[in-house]
Each structure stands twice: as structure tokens, then as C-alpha cells.
Design a protein around this ligand. Structure first.
Ligand code: PLP
Length: 384
């Protein structure tokens, strides 16, 4: 099988896997324990926090370890909104956020907050001017993702941060950075970001661990209570092996960001060319979108059918983000971009790591051609 679903999850680095086993075997003391073994574990977390903070060019005290980006996004959005609700009841996000962001806002709506879900253009991008129109004196928080997980659209985060802070300096800016880190440059200070979420399994770390950057001075109402861990923001015994592994993967991903970007962009361009050559396919990602995500649709053919036809040839891809791939409705992201229901029901995402060989790429291109050839009579019947 050939794996082309790296935006859903990437294979952990071998030394990251070894690190997890080593820390589990050798450092199982509870970091909150006062004896030496507890202190050993606590020191490992301290070091990991320093490594992560260096990768983001922020202070160690601004890093909060979480169980992943779903938790990080929930903590950032609900934690900041509840903490600062004396400032107002208005919130802004987009129509194309990951479910962990989108549904956090839906829950806040049920709790009485007013949410503006900004639209995107045909390339999946938010216009910073739409923030100027939407933002108010009582806007507590704006949350915009860096890179969309389905179509790879890159949001103009710096311009958005600038717009938010010029319109209302008190409005908190949260960025879901999950699909951008390790692929594109990140500059939280320049972007004027207050809260930034990451997940390790998107950059060759383990699943079940992530972090939330919380700008110094910003307070959050914790979502998980019952312990003083993580500066009181995230109760529960720390997962020391995964925290150490996260830091290791993060350092590598940040050091290798430029080479990752140039390796996968070249491959992405070649896949784009193939898709454009195949009659019936419609490309939605482009040269200016994230280097590791290719997205296209085969209008008239349900995504799952093409996915399984590709799988029969040993190619593993995705219909959309892993979290919502089992839903049967058309993609919310594609509909927001103005695509028809037919197009939004037939999307396929190919996402890359930087370890694919030329032969693997050729097999993928061949499998795409063969699959569409096989399905064409069926598709013609449906479209006709
Ligand atoms: N945000 C984005 C943009 C994602 O792509 C994902 C995972 O697919 C998440 C958040 C959730 O991450 P996690 O799997 O760590 O909960």
C-alpha cells in the first residue's frame, strides 16, 4: 500500500518512537511527585517545553501541553471566550474551520454568544476586509486557521492579525496552526497571534499530544479542572513520553521546514499537472496553496467510490479531513467556496510527506488515470 494521507496523520520519526519507549521504561515517575523520580520526569517536561518554545520563538511559559489540537482548539476558544465575556458576546470565525473549532463556536452559540462565520472566496481564502466589516467593540475573539486541512488554502494570517488589532486591539486572535507548522514559515509575533494550536501527529510526532501557545498575560478559563498541571490550565497527569516525543518531532519539523516545502511542492505540481490532464477531474488546490495538499473532485462520482477504486490499486487517499470523512453530507468547506453539491460530494484529498519516491509518484499518477478510466462509464451515466 502507498500512503498519501499525511494531512490526516503522518508516520512518526523512528527516533521519536524509540524515545517514547525509552521514557516509558525509564522515567515513569509522576512529574508532580516530590521525590527524585518525580523531579526527573518534571525536568524532562521542562526541557521539552524549552525545545517547543524555541521552535516557535516564544517563551517556555507560553507553552501549554494538551492531548492534541481538538483539545487545544476547545481550550483556546472556550477558555478565552469565558474568561473575557465581560468584554462582550461577539465572536468571529470562518465557515471552513476544522470541526474542533467550528463546533466549539456552535456550542458557544447555544450558550448565548453571537458568532459571525465569515465566508471564503472561490480559492477558500478569507478576505481581511471582511474582518473589518464584521469586527465590533464587543468582539472577544477571532479564530482563523492557517492552512485549511481539506483544500490546503493558506489564509493571509499576517494581514488578518493586523486588521484585527487595528480595528479592536482588545480582540483576542486564535490561529489553528495544525496544517501549517513544518510546511510554511510561522511567525507568531509578526502575526500578532495570541493563541496558537498544534498537534504532533501532523508533523511526524505521536497522536494524542499537542500544544497551545498562550501569549504571556492572557488568561484562560480552564476546560479540564482538578489539578494544577500546565499552569492550572490543563489538569491531569502529564503524558511525559508523548511530551518528550512532541518536542523531538517539533524541533525536526521546524529545522526541516524549508526543505520539506520545496520537496513536496515539486511533487504537488506534478500531481496537479496529471489531474489537469485527466478529463472529468476538477482541481481545487493550486500553486499558491499548501505544498502538501492536493485537492480535486470528480463531479458525478461520490468521493468514496473513487477513494476505494484508488485503494484497490494500493493508493490510500482521503475524501476530506479524517475527522469528518465518515459523514455523508457534502463538504462544508467546498460548499463555502461556492462549489455545487455534486462537486462538494466528490472531493478527494491527496496529502504528502517528504519521503515519497519517484516510483511512488508514478504509481499514483497511473492509478489516477486508470481509476477515472474505469469509472468513466458510470460517471457518464450519472452526469448524462
Ligand atoms: N485542526 C486541524 C486543521 C486539523 O487538520 C486537525 C486534524 O485533522 C485538528 C485540528 C485536530 O487535531 P487532533 O487530531 O490533534 O485532535
Amino acid at each position: 500500500m502507498f500512503y498519501w494521507d499525511h494531512a490526516a496523520s503522518t508516520p512518526p520519526y523512528e527516533d521519536v518512537i524509540r524515545t517514547i519507549a525509552e521514557v516509558m521504561e525509564q522515567h515513569y515517575g509522576n512529574p508532580s511527585s516530590m521525590h527524585q523520580w518525580g523531579e526527573d520526569s518534571s525536568r524532562l517536561i521542562k526541557h521539552a517545553r524549552e525545545v517547543c518554545s524555541r521552535a516557535l520563538d516564544v517563551k517556555p511559559s507560553e507553552i501549554i501541553f494538551t492531548s492534541g489540537a481538538t483539545e487545544g482548539n476547545n481550550l483556546a476558544i472556550k477558555g478565552a471566550t469565558l474568561q473575557y465575556m465581560n468584554r462582550g458576546k461577539h465572536l468571529i470565525t470562518t465557515q471552513i474551520e476544522h470541526a474542533s473549532v467550528y463546533e466549539s463556536f456552535q456550542q458557544l452559540q447555544q450558550w448565548g454568544f453571537e458568532v459571525t462565520f465569515l465566508p471564503v472566496d472561490s480559492q477558500g481564502c478569507v478576505d481581511p476586509a471582511s474582518i473589518r466589516e464584521a469586527i465590533r467593540k464587543d468582539t472577544v475573539l477571532v479564530s482563523i486557521m492557517h492552512v485549511n486541512n481539506e483544500i490546503g488554502a493558506i489564509q493571509p494570517i499576517e494581514a488578518i492579525g493586523d486588521m484585527i488589532k487595528r480595528c479592536n486591539p482588545r480582540t483576542i486572535f486564535h490561529v489553528d496552526g495544525v496544517q501549517g507548522f513544518g510546511k510554511l514559515p510561522v511567525d507568531l509575533t509578526k502575526w500578532q497571534v495570541d493563541l496558537y494550536t498544534l498537534s504532533a501527529h501532523k508533523f511526524r510526532g505521536p497522536k494524542g499530544i499537542g500544544l497551545l501557545y498562550v501569549r504571556e498575560g492572557l488568561k484562560l478559563t480552564p476546560i479540564l479542572t482538578g489539578g494544577a498541571q500546565e499552569s492550572g490550565l490543563r489538569a491531569g497527569t502529564e503524558n511525559v513520553p508523548l511530551i518528550v516525543a512532541l518536542a523531538k518531532a517539533m524541533r525536526k519539523a521546524s529545522e526541516q521546514q524549508e526543505s520539506f516545502n520545496s520537496n513536496v511542492s515539486t511533487m504537488r505540481d506534478q500531481i496537479h499537472t496529471t489531474i489537469q490532464e485527466i478529463k472529468g477531474l476538477k482541481l481545487h488546490s493550486h500553486d499558491g496553496s499548501a505544498p502538501h495538499i492536493v485537492h480535486f473532485s470528480y463531479p458525478g462520482m461520490k468521493s468514496e467510490v473513487l477513494l476505494h477504486t484508488l485503494e484497490e490499486q494500493g493508493i490510500l487517499v482521503s475524501t476530506r479531513s479524517a475527522c469528518s470523512s465518515k459523514q455523508s453530507e457534502p463538504s462544508r468547506v467546498l460548499l463555502s467556496m461556492g462549489l455545487s453539491i455534486e462537486e462538494a460530494s466528490s472531493g478527494i484529498r491527496i496529502s504528502m510527506g517528504d519521503m515519497h519516491t519517484e516510483d511512488e509518484l508514478r504509481l499514483l499518477q497511473q492509478a489516477l488515470r486508470i481509476s477515472v478510466e474505469q469509472l468513466e462509464p458510470l460517471q457518464r451515466g450519472r452526469m448524462g
